[in-house]
Design a binder for this molecule. Structure first.
Ligand SMILES: CC(C)(COP(=O)(O)OP(=O)(O)OC[C@H]1O[C@@H](n2cnc3c(N)ncnc32)[C@H](O)[C@@H]1OP(=O)(O)O)[C@@H](O)C(=O)NCCC(=O)NCCS
Length: 174
């Protein structure tokens, strides 16, 4: 069973492999990260861990049964006043199995419990039907339309969170 894990330093090699192997797949629907992202990966990974320690972001990876391969990323970004932006991406080879829906649900639970957030925002290209399906399934509702950073038309979503029992931010089985 894949496991959702809070981002750690030792995830770096598998995360870089995940981003490299799926670069063309991601670029079909979301902005390409650019060559500099791959060249500067170690420093960037360290920066993410610093943001996480400071509490401005919470990063998670979905790890396969082999305990090494990264299947997806599920991140809570730009935390301000109890609100954060949810962003996610799955390896092409792992799509179509309901894993993004399950992992997004697990991250929403962590957000409401361990991270004590009160609401999440998300956005997706209008034509990203898989993303709309995931967001709707985990309880996001549409708040309007927008122009995304990639210049494409997008839809904005919000999900209000209710606090509850503490989760397990270190590792969560799906
Ligand atoms: C969006 C993404 C995370 C979905 O991952 P996934 O693991 O396949 O998602 P799930 O299997 O949990 O659910 C996807 C749902 O969308 C549906 N779907 C997928 N492609 C679709 C399409 N072209 N039209 C309609 N529905 C579609 C699937 O059928 C599934 O619904 P179902 O279970 O009722 O059949 C993945 O495609 C991805 O990473 N894409 C590239 C990056 C990206 O778009 N990230 C999101 C940015 S907002």
């Amino acid at each position: 069973m894949p496991e959702l894990q809070r981002l750690r330093a030792d995830h770096a090699p598998a995360l870089l492999a995940f981003e490299r192997e799926n670069r063309a797949w991601f670029a079909r629907t979301i902005s390409d990260r650019g060559d500099a992202y791959f060249a500067d990966f170690p420093a960037r990974h360290q920066a993410l861990l610093t943001y996480q320690d400071e509490g401005t972001d919470h990063f998670h990876v979905l790890v396969a049964d082999d305990a090494t391969t990264i299947l997806g990323r599920f991140n809570l970004l730009d935390i301000t006043d109890g609100q954060a932006e949810l962003g996610f991406r799955m390896a092409e080879s792992a799509t179509g199995r309901g894993l993004a829906t399950e992992a997004a649900q697990a991250v929403c639970h962590l957000a409401a419990t361990d991270y004590a957030l009160t609401s999440l925002r998300a956005q997706a290209n209008l034509d990203n039907l898989a993303s709309h399906a995931v967001l709707t399934r985990v309880g996001f509702t549409v708040t309007g339309e927008t122009v995304l950073r990639n210049g494409r038309a997008g839809r904005r979503y919000v999900k209000e969170l209710k606090g509850g029992a503490t989760g397990t931010a270190g590792a969560t089985g799906l």
